[in-house]
Write a protein that binds this ligand. Sequence first.
Ligand code: IPD
Ligand code: CA
Ligand code: CA
Ligand code: CA
Length: 259
Amino acid sequence: MREDSKEIDAFLVSLLRTVGESLRGDSIKKKSVGTKKNRNDLVTNFDKKTEKFINSEIKKNYPQATIVSEEGYGDKVQDMSGLVFFVDPIDGTMNFVKRRDDFASMIGAYIDGKPLIGAIINVMDNEIYHGGKEIGLFINDKKIDNPKDLSLIEGLVDVSAPMALANKFNVQSVIKKSSGFRVYGSAGIIFGHLLTGKEVMYMSYLAPWDLAAGRVMCEAAGMSIVSIDDSPINMLESQVVIVGTQKVVSEALKTLKTR
Ligand code: IPD
Ligand code: CA
Ligand code: CA
Ligand code: CA
């Protein structure tokens, strides 16, 4: 098992290194931009191209695996048995289109439903956050320590813009108790901030590919991750999740109005 983790980790790091290099070039090219569910839900030719490339590399190296991915080139995965990869080719597509920074590419690997390895590249910084419970956590080649278990008053929190603006679950009461509020617009970038203690909580409605890699690493780092209604996290559904230090998640759950 340990060998599997190491091998999958090395594979994902090398794959995301290649993906990052091409996305840095793509970021300054003219993009063909379409919308999906609404006018703020964007997809570009580069989201599709990147997903096709990542999925084909996974299938080449792990033909037995199944893939859950955002842009439609994955498998119809019905259950979590065996090796399952979750792929978000560009996380923060709006940032990729508008700002050309603060976007990521993410891959999470699970075995029989258990979190195994997560890998997230902050594309413009060329930093890869990767690892899992068995092998530890790294930024590129450097091992990182778990972040401190800070409380709400001691740290910055990140809530997705629609949830914060609508004051969903009375989330503004949590925001007001923190050191400050930030909205980065890319789950992958925010997971990097959580893993390095720059932020202490993230709350958002997330799809499986938004959550998979970050969940593996945040759990390995001793952080808490819960769904808003306290049901077990379901990796084949979208849900509102709170990820953060143990202290902050328990404070948030006491403050939020979830029913
Ligand atoms: C989105 C970003 C955003 C989060 C959304 C996601 P995408 O991912 O991670 O921060 O709030 O829920 O859908 O669509 O750019 O891959
Ligand atoms: Ca998207
Ligand atoms: Ca995403
Ligand atoms: Ca995406």
